[in-house]
Design a protein around this ligand. Structure first.
Ligand code: PLP
Length: 400
């Protein structure tokens, strides 16, 4: 499908749905959990696995070297980086950990983060703080409970060693001002690690505009890739001074009895063994998104999410929990009449997939807002307005 700047037409959406086996028997609004893979992704992986079975795993990767190397080019195109700045990983968390645990902290160093930070990242801050005496501090939010860049600017001093924030949190449609944070990080020369897990695949991502040194993402969410995939971007000028916390013979070849040499590219953060079928699936998913056009994907996602929010706001007893004015394609809400898990179970009986985001995924935000489990409905471009209406009327029934 040729990329264009126009909105996705109904005919295009129909074609994209024909290419998505999962939409035939479910209404899938759990794209922030794991999106439905399109046919080319599934086919490519199955064919590759068959090849491994037929000729052997090493032999299959050898004959697919060009395609496997192409995955780095595809991701680099997606995020506006060089291919040498990309390392593949098994998920976003591992990509993030490989970056974070390679940074050096000492007593009194400051790590600045956001109230919407993902719990996995936050516990890692706590562990490193306990080990090193570094301090973890939360950047204040503005009146809309969105990270306030001016407050960040005021926090900067010579002890700030890292700014690490989540762009779009796991528990709602908030979009933090990642680019404004990048400008401050650049102006003060502070390393900047951006968790873009929920952003990649649903909106344009350009690491140069963002001004980040490190960015992490997963394959299975809005990118529509397979589970067990993710990647790390690390800026080349930054990565040359970062020694991975753990190394193996791929990232750091043993070049003499007492010597190893780190690879010069971001693949110093990889290990030798990998799931090549999944990697190819990830690369195909990226190409697929690029061929549709990321701006068009973003517009369509936003249209569907806003339509759903508008329907929800007309249902008595429903509380929309999303923060901020410019929201992403994650709609979080609670009902007065039923808990989030009950809502999810009820919708599942009608073959509608949503998920639940518990307070433990984003403890700082959940605590300050006294959030219970929230229902999370996350449309993608292959969802339809008719599906949004079906979801809304199912919620209306539960809320009654
Ligand atoms: C904001 C955010 N960051 C990181 C992650 C972790 O991604 P993964 O499960 O691929 O490690 C998630 C997953 O839900 C997420 O929503």
């Amino acid at each position: 499908m040729a990329s264009s700047t126009k909105d996705l037409s109904d005919a295009e959406v129909d074609r994209l749905r024909e290419d998505t086996p999962g939409v035939g028997h479910r209404i899938h609004f759990n794209n922030a959990g794991a999106a439905l893979m399109p046919n080319p992704v599934i086919r490519g992986m199955v064919e590759y696995l068959q090849r491994e079975a037929e000729i052997g795993g090493y032999e299959a990767s050898a004959e697919s070297t060009v395609r496997l190397e192409g995955v780095y080019d595809s991701i680099a195109r997606l995020v506006g980086s060089k291919r040498e700045e990309i390392a593949l990983a098994e998920n976003a968390t591992l990509a993030w950990q490989r970056a974070f645990y390679s940074l050096r902290f000492g007593a009194g160093d400051r790590i600045l983060t956001t109230s919407a930070e993902f719990a996995a990242n936050y516990v890692a801050f706590l562990q490193v703080a306990r080990r090193t005496g570094a301090r973890v501090e939360v950047i204040p939010d503005d009146a809309n409970q969105v990270l306030d860049p001016q407050a960040l600017e005021r926090m900067i001093d010579s002890r700030v060693r890292l700014i690490a924030i989540t762009w779009i949190p796991t528990n709602g449609g908030l979009v933090n001002p990642a680019e404004a944070v990048g400008q401050i990080a650049r102006a003060h020369g502070v390393p900047y690690l951006l968790d873009a897990c929920q952003a990649v695949g649903q909106m344009p991502v350009d690491v140069r505009t963002l001004g980040c040194d490190m960015l992490t993402a997963t394959g299975r969410k809005f990118l529509r890739g397979p589970r067990g995939t993710g990647f790390l971007y690390m800026r080349d000028d930054f990565l040359k001074d970062v020694e991975p916390a753990m190394i193996d013979l791929f990232g750091a070849p043993w070049v003499g009895p007492q010597r190893y040499e780190l690879r010069t590219d971001a693949r110093r953060f990889e290990t030798w063994e990998a799931n090549y079928a999944a990697r190819l699936g990830l690369g195909t998913a990226v190409d697929y998104a690029l061929s549709i056009g990321i701006e068009r994907i973003e517009r369509r996602c936003r249209q569907l999410a806003n339509e759903f929010r508008a329907s929800l706001s007309a249902i008595p007893g429903v509380l929309i929990r999303d923060l901020g004015e410019r929201t992403a394609s994650i709609v979080s809400f609670t009902l007065r009449t039923a808990g989030a898990r009950e809502v999810m179970r009820h919708l599942a009986t009608q073959k509608i997939n949503v998920s639940v985001s518990p307070p433990t995924s984003t403890p700082l935000d959940a605590t300050r807002r006294s959030l219970p489990d929230v229902v999370r409905a996350s449309p993608h471009y292959y969802n339809t307005i008719a599906e949004v209406r079906t979801l809304a009327s199912a919620v209306r029934e539960i809320a009654a």
